[in-house]
Every structure is written in C-alpha cells, then in structure tokens.
Design a protein around this ligand. Structure first.
Ligand SMILES: [Zn+2]
Length: 67
C-alpha cells in the first residue's frame, strides 16, 4: 500500500496516510479533521527514481507529468 504525505491547509500539520490513490482525497488531517490539504511529494519516497507507480493508477507524476 502506497503512502501519501500531505500538509493540512487549515492548520499546517503534516501527515501521512496509507490509502489507495483514489481514496486519498478522503484523507483527513489527524489534528483538525480537515480534508483541505496539499500533497507533500517530497516525503513520498516511492516517487523517487525513474518509475512513477502512481501514474499507473491515475495519479500525476510530479517529475514528468507537468508539461
Ligand atoms: Zn489540520
């Protein structure tokens, strides 16, 4: 199961969730419960390197997806 790291836009808390890509939008801040968050790719080690596993599940690869 991939891990996704986020930073809460409401209170600024950084947190990591263990959920499928399609469910990451439902991840809540453990501190305030807000779902308003921004992804923190710098903490997602699985993205490092040439492979982009999240792209296969509909995600956006930050290193190659933005053109
Ligand atoms: Zn929060």
């Amino acid at each position: 199961m991939p891990k996704y790291s986020f930073q809460c836009r409401n209170c600024g808390t950084g947190f990591t969730v263990n959920v499928p890509w399609q469910e990451k939008e439902n991840a809540q801040c453990p501190k305030c419960g807000s779902k308003d968050k921004s992804p923190d790719y710098s903490k997602v080690g699985v993205i490092a390197g040439s492979a982009c596993p999240i792209k296969d599940t509909g995600g956006i690869c930050p290193s190659t997806g933005a053109t």
